[in-house]
Design a protein around this ligand. Structure first.
Ligand code: NAD
Ligand code: UD1
Length: 339
C-alpha cells in the first residue's frame, strides 16, 4: 500500500517508516518539521530498502493537504503529526486545539475528498487521566487532565463521529503508553529540543554528561518504592504495532481502539537502576516535590492488541535502555543538519 505518514520525521514516525518499508509498503511523509529534522529521513533511508517521498507541509494548511493527496494515490494514512508538550499546552491551549484538533479535521476532510477512508491515529494513555483501577483496559473511563490530553480525547471522539457518519471508514486509534529507546542501529532516536520533559531522555542526557543530575518527582506515591510507575515500551515494538494495525484494518470496518503497552510497570528508581546497569554510567539524582498533574501508576492491559492485531511487545526494559543509550552515545547532539 501507499501510506501517507503525517509527522513521519518525528520520533515515533521515523521508527514506523522503517517497519513500513520493511513490510513492503511505499511511504509519503507529510511533516512541517516544527519538531523534527530531515536528517531523520536520510537516516531511515540508510537503514531501509525502498524510497521515502517527503512533502513539507502543514496540517493547518488545507492547500498543502490537497496538494499531497493530488500528487499521490494514497491508500491509507498513519497520523502522528501533532504537538505533544503538556506544559506548553497549558500555556498555549489554542495552539494545541488549532494544530492537533483542527489539523486533524483538515486531514480527515481532505481524506474524504480524496476517497481515502483508512486511518491509524496516535492517541495516548493520557486519555485515561488518573486511573481508578489497573491494568488499564480500553473500556476504562477517560478524562484528560490537561489541554494536550484533551486534544487526544476530542480527536478520538471526532473520529468515532466520522465513522458513525460513513460505514466506509476503517480507523485504528492506538493509545500509546510510554515509548522510549531507539532503533538498534543507533541511527534514529528521540531528539528532544531543549530540556526534556520526559524521564528517559533526561536520564540519557545525564548519563552523557549534558545535565548534572536527575530530579525524581516525588517518592511518596503508593507504589513499590514511592516513585511513579509507568509502562515503558520500546519504540520499535510500538512502530511494529502500526504495521499490524494497518493490516488489521484491511478486514475491519469501523473504529478499533487499542492500547499499545507491555503490561509491565516500572518505577523511576527501577528505571535508573536498569539504565545504570546497561550503560555502566552513574545517574546522580535527588528527590524533589511531585510534578503537578502526575499520577502514581499507569500500565496497560495489552490483551486486546494481542487478540485483534496479533501484536505484543517483544523487547524488555534492558533492551530499551541499551538501544536508547546506544543512540545517545552516538548522537550526543541529536540530529545535526549540515548546511
Ligand atoms: P514528535 O514531535 O517527534 O513527532 C511529531 C511530528 O509531527 C514532528 O515531526 C512535527 O514536526 C510534526 N508536526 C507537528 N505539527 C505538525 C503540523 N501542524 N503539520 C505537519 N507536521 C506537524 O512526536 P512523537 O513522540 O513522535 O509523537 C508522535 C505522535 O504520538 C504525537 O501525536 C504524540 O502526541 C503521540 N504520542 C506520543 C507519545 C510519546 O511519549 N512520544 C506518547 C503518546 C502519544
Ligand atoms: C508525560 C505526560 C503525558 C504524556 C507522556 C508521554 C505529564 C504530566 N504527563 O507522562 O501527558 O502522554 O509524558 O509524552 O507531563 N519523572 C521524573 N523526573 C523527570 C521526568 C519524569 O521523576 O525529570 C517521572 C514522572 O514523575 C513519572 C515518570 O518519571 O513518574 C515518567 O514521566 P514522563 O516520562 O514524563 O511520562 P508520563 O508522566 O507518563
Amino acid at each position: 500500500m501507499k501510506i501517507l505518514v503525517t509527522g513521519g520525521a518525528g520520533y515515533i514516525g521515523s521508527h514506523t517508516l522503517v517497519e513500513l518499508l520493511r513490510a513492503g509498503h511505499q511511504v509519503v511523509v507529510f511533516d512541517n518539521l516544527s519538531n523534527s529534522s530531515v536528517v531523520a529521513l536520510e537516516r531511515v533511508a540508510k537503514i531501509s530498502v525502498g524510497g521515502i517521498t517527503f512533502f513539507k507541509g502543514d496540517l493547518c494548511s488545507p492547500a498543502d493537504l490537497h496538494q499531497v493527496f493530488s500528487q499521490h494515490a494514497i491508500d491509507a494514512v498513519i497520523h502522528f503529526a501533532g504537538l505533544k508538550a503538556v506544559g506548553e499546552s497549558v500555556e498555549k491551549p489554542l495552539l494545541y486545539y488549532l494544530n492537533n484538533v483542527a489539523g486533524t479535521a483538515n486531514l480527515c476532510q481532505t481524506m474524504v475528498e480524496a476517497g481515502v477512508r483508512m486511518l491509524v491515529f496516535s492517541s495516548s494513555a493520557t486519555v485515561y487521566g488518573d486511573p481508578r483501577s489497573l491494568p488499564l483496559r480500553e473500556d476504562a473511563p477517560t478524562g484528560a487532565t490537561n489541554p494536550y490530553g484533551r486534544t487526544k480525547l476530542f480527536i478520538e471522539e471526532m473520529l468515532r463521529d466520522l465513522a458513525g457518519s460513513d460505514a466506509a471508514w476503517r480507523i485504528a486509534i492506538l493509545r500509546y503508553f510510554n515509548p522510549i529507546g531507539a532503533h538498534p542501529s543507533g541511527l534514529i532516536g528521540e531528539n528532544p529540543r531543549g530540556i526534556p520533559n520526559n524521564l528517559f531522555p533526561f536520564i540519557t542526557q545525564v548519563a552523557i554528561g549534558q545535565r548534572p543530575s536527575l530530579s525524581v518527582f516525588g517518592n511518596d506515591y503508593p507504589t513499590v518504592d514511592g516513585t511513579g510507575v509507568r509502562d515503558y515500551i520500546h519504540v520499535v515494538d510500538l512502530a511494529r504495532g502500526h504495521v499490524c494495525a494497518l493490516e488489521r484494518l484491511a478486514t475491519y470496518a469501523g473504529v478499533l481502539t487499542i492500547n499499545l503497552g507491555t503490561g509491565q510497570g516500572y518505577s523511576v528508581l527501577q528505571m535508573i537502576q536498569a539504565f545504570r546497569h546497561v550503560s555502566g554510567r552513574d545517574i546522580p539524582y535527588q528527590i524533589v516535590a511531585r510534578r503537578a498533574g502526575d499520577i502514581a501508576s499507569c500500565y496497560a492491559d495489552p490483551s486486546l492488541a494481542r487478540q485483534e492485531l496479533g501484536w505484543q511487545a517483544e523487547y524488555g526494559l534492558e533492551e530499551m535502555c541499551r538501544d536508547g543509550w546506544n543512540w545517545q552515545r552516538h548522537n550526543p547532539k541529536g540530529y545535526v543538519e549540515s548546511n
